[in-house]
Design a protein around this ligand. Structure first.
Ligand code: SF4
Length: 229
């Protein structure tokens, strides 16, 4: 398993254009691995993401693979300035391999439209890429197992703003146990990226009263997004 993960990591580095790896041996740095010059070096962000999606689609790093019909890696603009992160795939996503395609997805599309954004302008993904059974929250060990994939997506896309949708996404990314209400009260920094927290669209379908505060979150995000462009 360790060997497989190392191979995947090396493949990611190669795809990302990193050809040499050094490690510190006492005081001196020694080059230990020289990756072959790769045809991937000049690849676009979209091609890098596609290569990683193919590399991980049969992942078995946590138990969620057992319920997987389709691996749900992420969709959208690889050059996006805004990346949205949800919790995990639901039934429709597991059936299609696309993120946010059910009722929650339709609502998300409308929410983005309300702040003058199209889905193909942003990149959308989840904390875990395989569906948790019965839509339960992904367990801490499942989130930890899948986190390297999300970090790779962030490293490739390099968004300038993040929107974390729901408590699971926010608690995981911000390494916080705070309530969603508390986390929404201000912006955060994750790896130097300005990060907003709001409700998950599924929660908004369950509770109409949260739509107003969610709209306020989106308006603040919109101001920052428009300042970028
Ligand atoms: S949820 Fe992530 S870590 Fe777990 S099996 Fe799926 S891709 Fe692998």
């Amino acid at each position: 398993m360790v060997r497989k993960e190392l191979e995947q990591y090396l493949e990611f580095l190669e795809i990302s254009g990193i050809q040499d790896i050094y490690f510190s041996k006492k005081a001196s740095a020694e080059k230990v691995i020289t990756a072959k010059p790769s045809a991937f070096v000049s690849n676009t962000k979209g091609q890098k993401l596609e290569a990683l999606q193919n590399a991980y689609k049969d992942c078995q790093k946590c138990e969620l693979w057992r319920g997987r019909n389709k691996f749900v890696y992420g969709n959208g603009n690889p050059d996006a300035k805004l990346m949205l992160i949800g919790e995990g795939p639901g039934a429709e996503e597991n059936a299609t391999g696309q993120v946010f395609v059910g009722r929650a997805g339709q609502l998300l599309t409308k929410m983005l439209h309300a702040i003058h954004l199209r889905r193909d302008e942003v990149y959308i993904t989840n904390i875990v890429k395989c569906r948790p059974p019965n839509n339960r929250d992904p367990l801490p060990q499942e989130r930890a197992a899948c986190m390297p994939y999300l970090l790779e997506q962030l490293a490739i896309i390099q968004p300038e703003l993040l929107l974390l949708m729901g408590k699971v996404a926010a608690n995981t990314i911000l390494e916080s146990r705070d309530t969603l209400t508390k986390m929404r009260q201000h912006t955060h920094l994750f790896q130097g990226i300005k990060t907003y927290v709001t409700y998950h669209p599924s929660a908004l379908l369950r509770n109409e009263h949260w739509k107003r505060p969610a709209w306020e979150d989106l308006q603040m995000l919109q101001r920052d997004y428009e300042a970028l462009t």
